[in-house]
Design a protein around this ligand. Structure first.
Ligand code: UDP
Length: 492
């Protein structure tokens, strides 16, 4: 294979939901372009990433030193997995201290290679990398693993703090008229309580978003054809090139694990799915970070049982239990539930972590009950699987809005981790989507349309390039032309 040219440096925030799309992007660039790819992160994350790379991968994994205890965080807290939610912002703030080491790292790469990297692609929380890139004459982009729509709603909320000085529970985003009104129950709890002191909004207003405009553009892991409104918001707001280049997704094999053993092997899971009829299984998972309350879990179990449908449910300890605690079926689930489910072979309870992409790509799977994290949404729509939405946090509430109101591929079941939910309502939504109802059929049709949009966006054939392929080409052309200009100027 020919020697790889130019270096592309990728730098995700230290959370599974950020590292996964960055790793997918790294592999995508390695596969589709002849560039060297360097993925930077803190030592523990790099150690975890190593086994996720294919044996023949030439991606460089580079460590940047970080000691969490220097910032009042527990020792070895290099990933949000090991942190309670309220401390995540502390990790984001602490990461700003990586500035000098990151700059040094880019200088060292420049020295080793005789040229600065072609570009730096950094996380949405690492706006500060744009100043470093400017200083060192390197092309820079922010990469968002969120939807354009979800991030646009969030961005608007962050910059319009305080948000709750409105006299009704329903309000419009002042600079995002394309989105319908937001209900207070769709706000993440930090924003909801805001009296002007939400640490996330303060961080973004003061330290992060003002740096974004120094970037040379924003890349989104999304598709222009179904996320146009949100992308438009950023084009208007930032006046920067906004390029949807997705979806870039990881296969199950490459999924960086959430630090725990998977609850079931892919083989066993697929073996179980193979015994089920076409489009008969509901897959239930709330992502890598969220979990529901004990009473919600009880109702969900009762709803799944009463629905009579086949299901795979990834069960994580309910709120209030240690995330690493043993599986306590007797305490968390209705009496005899696990035995009944096992006996009837109707359900598969998976502890903590399931091979999600393999599951969603199986022909027996009909519907996904999901918290609507953007990776999960993309994985579902890539396989034409409609969604029952139960958003839990962050921009997931707005993802559901996009999916339900604009794309018609989702119905919302519940909101948040403290809402009251009745098993009868769960059964009703499952039947609405999984049965041959007018709504269910319509959702399946629209989910298949979304799948086609995704396939087209990523098509790279002789005579046809999809919108996401063109956007990534366009990004690298801009980076190459800046690099050429810099080299010419330096030679003069
Ligand atoms: N995931 C998985 N198995 C699980 C739970 C999650 O493989 O049991 C993967 C999932 O495929 C997705 C990622 O973890 O790629 C979760 O990202 P998402 O944006 O959906 O949600 P987050 O975890 O960031 O809230």
């Amino acid at each position: 294979m020919a020697e790889r040219e130019e270096n592309v440096v990728l730098f995700p925030f230290m959370a599974q939901g950020h590292i996964i799309p960055f790793l997918a992007l790294a592999l995508h660039i390695e596969q589709s372009k002849n560039y060297t790819v360097t993925l930077v992160n803190t030592p523990l994350n790099i150690k975890r990433l190593r086994p996720s790379l294919p044996p023949n991968s030439s991606i460089n994994l580079v460590e940047i030193p970080f000691s969490s205890s220097d910032y009042g965080l527990p020792p070895n807290a290099e990933n949000t997995d090991t942190l309670p939610y309220h401390q995540v912002i502390q990790l984001v703030e602490a990461a700003i201290s990586l500035k000098p080491s990151f700059k040094k790292l880019i200088e060292n790469l420049t020295e080793q290679q005789g040229n600065p990297p072609l570009c730096i692609i950094a996380d949405i929380f690492f706006g500060w990398t744009a100043s470093i890139a400017k200083e060192l004459n390197v092309f820079h982009a922010i990469f968002s693993g969120n939807s354009g729509f979800g991030l646009a709603c969030y961005y608007s909320l962050w910059i319009h703090l305080p948000h709750r000085y409105v006299d009704s529970d329903e309000f419009s985003l002042p600079d995002f008229a394309e989105a319908s009104s937001i209900h207070v129950s769709q706000l993440a709890f930090t924003i909801k309580e805001a009296d002007g002191s939400d640490p996330w909004s303060i961080f973004h207003q003061k330290k992060n978003l003002p740096e974004w405009v120094k970037s040379d553009g924003i890349l989104f892991n999304t598709v222009e054809e179904f996320d146009h409104i949100g992308l438009l918001y950023f084009r208007r707001k930032l006046g920067l090139p906004v390029r949807p280049i997705g979806p870039v997704l990881l296969s199950t094999k490459r999924q960086a694990r959430a630090g725990k053993e998977g609850g079931i092997s892919s083989e066993l899971c697929l073996e179980w799915l193979n015994t089920k009829p076409l489009n008969s299984v509901l897959y239930v998972s709330f992502g890598s970070m969220n979990t529901i309350s004990a009473s919600q879990m009880m109702q969900l179990a009762m709803g799944l049982e009463a629905s009579g449908k086949n299901f795979i449910w990834v069960v994580r300890p309910p709120i209030g239990f240690d995330l690493n605690s043993e599986f306590k079926s007797n305490e968390w689930l209705p009496k005899g539930f696990e035995e009944r489910i096992k006996g009837s072979k109707r359900g598969l309870l998976v502890h903590n972590w399931a091979p999600q992409v393999d599951i969603l790509s199986h022909k027996s799977v009909s519907t996904f009950l999901s918290h609507c994290g953007w990776n999960s949404v993309l994985e579902s729509l890539s396989h034409g699987v409609p969604i029952i939405g139960w958003p839990m946090a962050a921009e997931q509430f707005f993802n559901v809005k996009l999916l339900e109101e604009e794309l018609g591929v989702c119905v919302e079941l519940a909101r948040g981790k403290s809402c009251e939910i009745r098993h009868e309502d769960i059964v009703e939504k499952i039947e609405l989507v999984m049965n041959e109802t007018k709504k269910g059929n319509e959702m399946r049709r629209k989910a298949c349309e979304a799948m086609e949009m995704i396939e087209n966006a990523m098509k790279d054939e002789e005579g046809f390039k999809g919108s996401s392929v063109k956007a990534l080409d366009d990004f690298f052309s801009a980076a190459l032309s800046m690099s050429k200009k810099t080299k010419t100027e330096q030679n003069i």
